[in-house]
Design a protein around this ligand. Structure first.
Ligand code: AGP
Length: 609
């Protein structure tokens, strides 16, 4: 949660900070601010509201400096007001701090600081950091930050400037993302690479409990005791254009249309010439793969819906038992884990704190953890025992779209990989399914052609308040995802439910005016889902059926609308079926003039528990 940016170099810092923050607004957008060190000392400008409000404030009161830090906030402690916006200062205004995360022991630290005479001007946890640094005025800024990092508990990515060291930014990381961009005679820092990608492609991912000291010409990283640590710099392969809208009206629409390419990129190099599945980055001993006797999958939100699909795929293809958990619940049910357990943590950002906590818990019980992330060097990637990457490119829209479909594809491939390595399926069956997976970029491309039909259909629903999404087996996660998309971007009540469970209660909510979307692509259960949809129609619901091409006649009598998606065998059709439901949510939301890329109350990366 929250986006941070820092710049030191010859340019006016605002020229870097403002566009950088605009690119990070998906991480939070309830207030924003910058701190610059210039010839007049330290100047801080901040506003409640979005980046546009900060830009207006900077226009009316220009500030200058070629070293600065900036922040866009998603409130945790303290309301989204100008006073609580970052940067935060110490008592005499010589220190400015930005922070992403939560200082968990802030209340105790604040009490100690108040007792020694510090005056606070905000309700935030972050402000304690500024005052703790102020207390260490006799130390270099880097030493002060190292000491403060030892005192502060919780997830922190911070960047600090201090007027007596006007040539540098000191930053630190524990639990929240922090990346350094190394330029020529200038350096950058940010929560995420797109914030500086226009200026440099050389990035350094900062590890936990590291302190970075950055001037225009140098980057030094130490541990919390001041010992230098190695710097691993790598070149970013995607360019800024990939992180911008590319002609679409919203990032979400662009990202929906990028799905065929994202799936192609994700599959690249994973299947050899003979049809065998290979995960070159997966550093997982074959012995462990053979020894596993149980699989757990943990994730949040949309990634959890990918976990639901993974359960069907892995159980069906390997015959290993699979349990799935919403990551924030996992630790509290005391799951039975041991060294024969494989835990798959799914997180597109790789920074979701609930998922990280779940995998760390599993590791402490002796389980082997495989992470599935879209972000290279994310915390999940680094903490897991082995990692698989989706290769969707940056996803800026808050609603997950291309990262979800690539998760589905990767989890299907991983399920087949486990079956291949354990000899659970005959090679011919694996080969046929792998060949069908390789067709998914084309089938998804065809599913994208449904947009006009869906836009037309949704015009009837501008006033509709209640939607149900129903499915069984592999269609159930699709229904859940369809409902989540609609809720999060269109702000309407949408329930994802197992089709067969409606008669046990929720059917009482069905009446004229309720839209019921039935997903029935899985041939194992299609007939039963259809019977359930007849029950919804009999109670007055408007019925939309999502079926495979060729099955339209079977649902014509029940459906008011039919969405026919390209067919793919077994569970693979799920990937095609998701696409029209993304459009459905998108067009209901845009018809209501809502900001689909930045839905209210949400943030792209959720780094609080
Ligand atoms: C998806 O549209 C949501 N924005 C949200 O549910 C998201 O999937 C969830 O927060 C998990 O994110 P992650 O994949 O980065 O861990």
């Amino acid at each position: 949660m929250c986006g941070i940016v820092g710049y030191v170099g010859p340019r006016p810092a605002l020229d870097v900070l403002v566009p950088g923050l605009e690119g990070l607004e998906y991480r939070g957008y309830d207030s924003a601010g910058v701190a610059l060190i210039g010839s007049d000392g330290l100047a801080v400008t901040k506003t409640a509201g979005r980046m546009a409000d900060l830009v207006s404030a900077l226009e009316s009161q220009p500030v200058q400096g070629s070293i600065g830090i900036g922040h866009t906030r998603w409130a945790t402690h303290g309301a989204p007001t100008t006073g609580n916006a970052h940067p935060h200062r110490d008592c005499d205004g010589s220190v400015a701090v930005i922070h992403n995360g939560i200082v968990e022991n802030w209340a105790a630290l604040r009490q100690q600081l108040l007792a020694t005479g510090h005056e606070f001007s905000s309700e935030t946890d972050t402000e304690v950091i500024a005052h703790l640094i102020e207390e260490r005025a006799g130390l270099s800024l880097a030493d002060a930050v190292r000491e403060v990092m030892k005192l502060a508990e919780g997830a922190l990515a911070i960047a600090v400037v201090r007027t007596d060291e006007p040539d540098r930014i000191v930053a630190a990381r524990r639990g929240s993302p922090l990346v350094i961009g190394r330029g020529q005679g200038e350096n950058f820092l940010a929560s995420d690479i797109p914030a500086f990608l226009k200026h440099t492609k050389n990035a350094i991912a900062v590890d936990d409990d590291r302190v970075v000291e950055m001037t225009a010409d140098s980057v030094a990283i130490t541990d919390l005791d001041g010992n230098p640590t190695p710097i691993a710099e790598r070149e970013i392969e995607w360019d800024l254009e990939a992180a911008e809208k590319g002609g679409y009206s919203t990032f979400m629409l662009k990202e929906i249309y990028e799905q065929p390419t994202a799936i192609t990129d994700t599959l690249r190099g994973r299947i050899d010439g003979t049809g065998r599945i290979e995960f070159s980055e997966l550093d997982l001993d074959t012995k462990i793969v053979r020894m596993i006797d149980k699989v757990f999958v943990v994730a949040c939100g949309t990634s959890y819906h990918a976990a639901m699909m993974a359960k069907y795929a892995i159980e069906r293809w390997t015959r290993l038992p699979v349990e799935i958990d919403i990551a924030s619940e996992f630790r509290y049910r005391d799951p039975v884990l041991d060294d024969r357990s494989l835990v798959i943590g799914i997180s597109q950002s790789g920074e979701t704190i609930d998922t990280l906590a779940a995998i760390r818990y599993a590791q402490a019980q002796g389980a082997t953890v495989v992470g599935l992330s879209n972000v290279v060097d994310s915390a999940l990637a680094r903490d897991a025992d082995a990692v698989i990457y989706t290769r969707s490119g940056p996803e800026i829209g808050v609603a997950a779209t291309k990262t979800f479909t690539t998760q589905l594809v990767m989890l299907q491939l991983f399920g087949l990989y486990l079956a291949q390595q354990r000899g659970a399926l005959d090679p011919g069956t694996v080969g046929n399914l792998v060949a069908a997976i390789q067709e998914l970029p084309q089938t998804v491309e065809r599913a994208l052609k449904l947009e006009d039909q869906i836009r037309e259909m949704t015009t009837e629903w501008s006033e509709t308040r209640d939607f149900f999404f129903l499915g069984r087996a592999g269609d159930f996660p699709v229904a859940m995802e369809g409902a989540l998309k609609l809720k999060e971007i269109a702000y309407v009540r949408a329930e994802g439910y197992p089709a067969g469970e409606m008669k046990h209660g929720p059917i009482s909510l069905i009446e004229k005016g309720v839209v019921v979307i039935g997903v029935a692509t899985d041939s194992h259960v299609r007939a039963k889902t259809l019977s359930n949809m007849e029950e919804m129609k009999a109670r007055g619901g408007t019925i939309v059926m999502v079926v495979e091409e060729g099955d339209e006649d079977d649902v014509a009598s029940v459906a008011d609308h039919i969405i026919a998606v390209p067919d793919s065998p077994d569970l693979l059709c799920i990937v095609n079926a998701v696409v029209p439901l993304q459009f459905l949510a998108y067009h209901v939301a845009t018809a209501r003039s809502l900001d689909v890329d930045k839905p209210r109350n949400l943030a792209k990366t959720v780094t609080v528990e």
